[in-house]
Structures are given as C-alpha cells and as structure tokens.
Design a protein around this ligand. Sequence first.
Ligand SMILES: O=C(O)C(=O)C[C@]1(C(=O)O)C=C[C@@H](O)C=C1
Length: 265
Amino acid sequence: MPETAPPDLAAIRAEIDRLDDQLHALLMRRAQIVADMSAARTKSGPPFRPGREMQILRRLLARHAGPLPAAALVGIWREIIATSLAQQAGFAVAVLAPAMDAPTAALARAHFGSQTALRIHGSAPATFAALSEAAVAVLPLPEDAETQPWWPMLEAPRLQILARLPVLDQSGPAALVVGPGPAEPSGDDVSLFRFEPPEGQSRAALTSMLTAAGFAPRRLITAPYAALVEVQGFLDPADPRLAALPFHGLRPLGAYALPVPGDAS
Ligand SMILES: O=C(O)C(=O)C[C@]1(C(=O)O)C=C[C@@H](O)C=C1
C-alpha cells in the first residue's frame, strides 16, 4: 500500500478550474488589445507580420520549461495568433497541394489555425491567382531538380516569400508562405534570390561566386534557366553585393525567419 495520501482530486480540479478562468481572462484581454490595435491601424490590408510572430514564439520557447511539450506550446500560440489575424481582417490561405496527400495543407492548417479557410489548388498559377482573394499562399519548400518549380513564377517584388513552415525545425516536410511584400526581418533570417546561371557553370562554381561576393549560401536550387539561392541573414534588396554579382535576371524573392530547433523544450 502506498504510504502517501491519495491526491485530493476535487482540490486539484478546483485548481485547474481557477487556472482555466485565468487563462480565459487573459485570452479575452489579449483579443481586446488586438482589437484596439487594429482600430488604430492606418495601413489597410492584412495585418500579417510573420517576423513579429516568430519573435513572439522564439521568446516563449526560450523561457519554456516543464512537462508541456514545445510543439504543444507552438500549436497553442499558432491558434492564438491565427485567431488574432482573423479578428483583424478576413484571412483566407491559398495552398498549393497537387496531390490529395500533399503535406502543404496540413502544414498550413497547423500554422494558420483550426478556423482559417484553406483554399486548395492543384497548380502554382492557380495558387498565385487565388491571391486576389486569399491573404497569403502556402507552397512546398523548393527542392532541387523539380519538373515544375513554382518559384520561377513568383511575381516579385509584388509577391514575396514571407515565412517558412513549420516553426519548429523538424525533419519532416516544409513549406513557404508567399504574400504581398515586403518581407520583414525577425532578427534571425534567411533571404532568397533568383538568377539565371551562366551556361555550363557547375554548382560548385556558382557557390564560390556567391561566397566571393560576400554571401553565405545555405542552399542552391537549380531549374532549367533559373537558380534559387538561400543566403544567411536578412538581405536589403538594395544591397550593393547583389548588383555586383555577375548574373542576369537577378531578383530578390523575400526572406523567412529561421525555424527554432525542434528539440527546444
Ligand atoms: O503585432 C501585430 O502587428 C499584430 O497584429 C498582433 C499579432 C499577435 O496576435 O501577436 C497578430 C498578427 C501579426 O501577424 C503579428 C502579431
């Protein structure tokens, strides 16, 4: 027989009820502050600030401790932030998911919350066209040697890459969020630009040209007649290093906040 007294379930449940009331009161206060902020906004358009969202999540993950999994903390705050977006303006999301089991839709749902309308499209042109009504689009993370990459069709600078999903850096699938620019820094970012690689240049040669120009390339993705590079840091489109690169068709495509390592807890 255990020597310790059995926990007083009724008392524990009363404590949970008290905490739930406090959480609820705080959520209602947060929503009221967002409503006041929204009323005071002078700029029209969706209030999507992915850099700010990531700063909030990084700060919370840095102070996080105890048995609540980090992924659950992120899930709860994604729901709070998505609700706050919907509260300020209609917020629908266009998703490029050519196959029924494409992971982009699940990534978009996890990031933009349970209540946000997702509009699923089977092609990149249809997804971009849907941005006349949807606030942002979610498209798969570009990979090398895709037969139909979407990023050469991105109409930058009007539309830009603004965020990366998921927030926690897990080994599974990832996606990018595209919407009206400009991209904004979060303090720990990756920037992307495209160019037309000179014919016959190897990946190694392109990488060393980028490095020689002062960039820290993280990924280089090639498609017929176009290359996409991810560089460390937030890049001002007017950065003179871009103009100094010996590439045609160079175009900044935006930036995203670096995900937080998935084992953060
Ligand atoms: O900080 C803002 O500008 C907000 O609109 C608030 C808020 C939030 O709920 O914290 C909501 C949406 C933005 O994408 C970023 C943050």
